[in-house]
Write a protein that binds this ligand. Structure first.
Ligand SMILES: Cc1cc2nc3c(=O)[nH]c(=O)nc-3n(C[C@H](O)[C@H](O)[C@H](O)COP(=O)(O)OP(=O)(O)OC[C@H]3O[C@@H](n4cnc5c(N)ncnc54)[C@H](O)[C@@H]3O)c2cc1C
Ligand code: HEM
Length: 396
């Protein structure tokens, strides 16, 4: 029954998605504080939820070979960082299935409705179970309150558009462990009833008495407003203020394995790579690691001085920096500097390397294609997308 109705549901996917969110937010306006209003406005997240249920249905009918474990991991880590509760699945399920019935009308018989209800709950159960385990290991109790107050203990303007915030628990308690590549959710109140939540990768070394995030300001353009949370963090948050943070979550490990490691980043995508290098400097300074970083200019490249220190502390590191405009000789001892966009054919490769990519999706897709073409197995390439979604299948 699912196989027979998939084409119909897929053909009306956008309409179902729109109807679902309209219904759900009308019935539960407080959920607007949980969802990213920017993603809602641009449609980026709108498609993600319903599209993934449809993809899961295709998976159950054997119509796809998507990497389900990785997909469910990504969603459940994101959900855990937002504090999604099992009870909320009932709300989403009710409105999603009602939207399918509303859009498809008489085509949805009681049997078809029951079949889609089953698909939804099979996927929901997988996610709820993973999220339950994540909450347990992060010490989040059954009431699922992921939010804890953190004090801003340091603020550094890294570049005109990038700021780093150092944070310590306001209650003086312990700082949670994390793996480079993981992120925290940050919740800010932009006004009464206007909470917004965003994820920020941890850019500092694990195992210290603070966490650090490094945030790029999303400026307005003629067609789009300034980013809500990044602007708030840049303009309104000073040393001494407090912010609400989730525990660290995230399925991508930027230092996985103990063999040679390749970190490729662009722009603000350097945050997991910087955490990875600092972690290796403290725990495995002899590990063979290559950093390839792309930025517009030398002055737009955040944490450059810190990179200089890490080059000193990591004797086996190779660094290749690509600047679209090379203004000076970019004197960073030990770093090779190139002009233009990253050419994947020129990335230094060693046998057995595991790669971690972070940057715009088009950048990562190009680098990934180049690495695969040069013989790096696709399963040895991990990547982090700073927005909803994964690299599409056809990006392989
Ligand atoms: C796992 C993960 C890790 C991340 N790590 C980092 C990190 O280390 N550092 C970092 O800086 N960022 C990171 N991000 C990105 C970060 O979470 C935010 O997405 C980013 O800061 C932008 O958020 P914002 O609230 O400023 O912008 P938003 O308000 O979310 O806006 C995003 C975009 O939507 C557009 N938009 C919003 N409303 C409308 C509208 N009504 N019409 C048209 N367009 C609109 C905006 O113009 C903007 O281009 C990460 C994201 C993820 C998922
Ligand atoms: C089976 C049920 C669900 C599925 C399949 C699903 C799927 C998804 C997917 C694919 C994403 C994007 C992940 C990414 O960043 O790549 C996502 C994010 C999210 N989900 Fe779910 N989800 C489900 C249930 C829920 C529930 C019950 C809630 C809470 C009401 C919820 C709230 C969110 C929020 C707030 C985000 C982030 C949104 C954003 O940043 O705009 N989801 N979900």
């Amino acid at each position: 029954m699912i196989a027979a109705t998939l084409p119909l549901v897929t053909a009306h996917g956008d309409e179902v998605t729109g109807t679902f969110y309209d219904r759900m937010f009308a019935a539960h306006p407080q959920l607007l504080n949980l969802f990213n209003r920017g993603n809602q406005a641009t449609g980026a997240q709108r498609q993600a939820l319903a599209a993934s249920v449809v993809a899961y249905a295709e998976h159950l009918t054997g119509a796809t070979d998507l990497p389900w474990n990785a997909i469910l991991d990504r969603i459940s880590h994101k959900h855990a960082s937002l504090g999604i509760t099992p009870a909320q699945y009932t709300i989403v399920g009710r409105h999603l299935l009602a939207a399918v019935a509303e859009v498809l009308g008489d085509a949805v018989t009681p049997e078809i409705a029951a079949a889609w209800d089953e698909v939804y709950w099979l996927m929901a159960c997988e996610l709820i179970a993973r999220e339950g385990r994540l909450y347990h290991s992060a010490g989040v109790g059954p009431e699922v309150n992921v939010w804890r107050s953190w004090r801003v203990t340091g603020r550094i303007e890294e570049t005109p558009d990038i700021v780093s915030l150092t944070l310590a628990p306001a209650d003086g308690g312990p700082v949670p462990a994390f793996t480079p590549g993981q992120y925290v959710s940050v919740a800010v109140d932009r006004g009464p009833h206007d909470q917004q939540i965003r994820q920020y990768s941890l850019s500092g070394r694990p195992g210290t008495n603070s966490l650090r995030i490094t945030v790029k300001r999303v400026r307005s353009t003629p067609d789009a407003p300034a980013g809500a949370v990044s602007t708030y963090l840049h303009e309104r948050v000073a040393v001494g203020d407090t912010l609400r943070l989730s525990p660290p979550f995230g399925e991508v490990n930027a230092v996985s394995g103990d063999g040679p490691l390749l970190l490729v980043s662009a722009g603000i995508g350097l945050t997991p790579a910087m955490s990875a290098l600092d972690h290796l400097a403290a725990t495995a300074p002899q590990r063979q690691v290559t950093l390839v970083h792309a930025d517009r200019t030398e002055s737009a490249h955040a944490l450059r001085d810190e990179l200089g220190r890490l080059i000193d502390e990591l004797p086996e590191i190779a660094v290749q920096l690509w600047y679209e405009e090379v203004v000076s000789d970019c004197g960073l001892p030990g770093a090779q500097v190139k002009a233009g966009l990253v050419d994947p054919d020129l990335i230094p490769l060693v046998p057995g390397v595991r790669a971690h990519l972070c940057g715009p999706v088009a950048f990562m897709a190009g680098v990934r294609r180049g690495l695969v073409a040069r013989g790096v197995p696709a399963e040895n390439i991990a990547y982090e997308v700073f927005g909803p979604g994964m690299l599409r299948h056809d990006h392989n």
